[in-house]
Write a protein that binds this ligand. Sequence first.
Ligand code: ADP
Ligand code: MG
Length: 564
Amino acid sequence: VASKETLGFKTEVKQLLHLMIHSLYSNKEIFLRELISNASDACDKLRFEALQNDALFEGQSELAVHINFDTDARTLTIEDNGIGMNREDVISHLGTIAKSGTAEFLGKLTGDQKQDSQLIGQFGVGFYSAFIVADKVVVDTRRAGESAEQGIRWESAGEGEFSLETIDKPERGTRITLHLKADEAEFADNYRLRSLIKKYSDHIAVPVFLPPEISADDDADETETSKAPEAVNQAKAMWTRSRSELTDEEYQEFYKHISHDWNEPLTWMHNRVEGKLDYTSLLYIPSKAPFDMWNRDTARGLKLYVQRVFIMDDAEQFLPLYLRFVKGVLDSNDLSLNVSREILQQDKQVDSMRSALVKRILDTLTKLAKNDSDKYQQFWDEFGDVLKEGPAEDFANKEKIAALFRFATSTSGSEAQTVGLADYVARMQEGQKKVYYITAESYAAGMGSPHIEYFRKKGIEVLLLTDRVDEWMVGHLNEFDGKSFQDITKGELDLDELADEDEKKQQETLQESHKNLTERLEKVLPEVKSVRVTSRLTDSPACLVVGQFDMGGHMRRMLEAAGQ
Ligand code: ADP
Ligand code: MG
């Protein structure tokens, strides 16, 4: 047996551990949910790998999680017979934080307990949450398929370092022993554990066992059989149960298990589809954007199951990029258990499922926007910028996606993005044929632009587009409800239709009487294509207008800033 070796945690783990213990104290019981969630993931992974190699079951294919406690010793163990870990796994999974966005996350922490606990929850707490209640954690583990002597013991007090040693571990899988802090003895208690498992882990598909409860009056005539552990949870894949049987709490807890996000989801969709295709989907819209939302390369997609067997995380083929914030589970009865990412990419059934899921998500958002505008606004504020990638990526659903957009406008009175295009169109003035917009660095800059003066005077609403992606997005949108989009800083504006008779006459007279001036100006300003008398302005004496097909000012400034 190799001797004990001590290794240091990576800096970010040290930082996280310290903050977690202090910030999450008021939520300390969630450690149990995290450890059971990991045990269940480990069982899923084993079942998946065993599809190719049955020997990994080592003759024991009934997967389970066992929880035990010793009140006197103040210990709590969570044991699974899942995939287990080898030495390398242990070092990389229990010694670092492999998640993307870690640095950004740590940079955002402020030291304010309430704010930080929110952020930590959003980032995901995971295994290290054990240290909220334990001052020593021991992990004994052995990877399925390896020999009994290749077990590993990881041990740490959650300070700067952890130790590793090789141990004998005949049973495959992982046993985590928590040495509870003196004031956390409450967790070494049958009743407390039972209610926590019910509350947080009822939806876990593998059975979670506890020793039987011993009531005061039956300790005398206890038989051996009554001492057998009992499964506390339902132990049934949650999405296979019927909607009417499930409570909101169960849906919410399941979301936390699959998403590693601890905020409540905003809403969810649970559907069984039978017929040409046969599958069940349970999809969630989160309430908060994760830290790495902006990275188009990070893990996204659904957790894929085939006939209840876990196949892969992040099956990205089932969702377009612009819906990458959606989390959930897809369980197909049509796909083969041997399905791989490569096969998914070419599969016709996958395309049909994907279209159906997209439709379902867009319909749900449309309904939310209609029935609960506050909740929809919350969604838009978190994910609107991602949804704006939609028209470019998903031409077929362009109109539906556009109807979900929200903007600030010249008449909305604030920079909050609250106006939908349908509302805009409904408010269009008589004679107005286009949806007018201006792109600007900020709401104030847009409102202060000389181009907008005429529209404000006439009470014509103008969309104020201030997000980086807006100009690009509008370019792909082209039109909404048959109305094209018009940048008010570009080309001819067809304002004539909006002008009243007096204005039209005045315009003609002015054009004539200023002919001399405009011609002279064109001579002295050779960079300017033409000089016109305009009704666009009310307060400013002059403004520059770019051609209809030239790049907009906002885009030009962005490219200039990028050195183009
Ligand atoms: P997450 O579950 O989000 O990946 P955790 O901090 O909960 O993050 O766990 C980190 C990693 O440690 C897991 O991804 C997994 O690889 C490994 N791990 C944790 N618990 C177990 C377990 N019981 N069996 C096997 N691997 C585990
Ligand atoms: Mg986890």
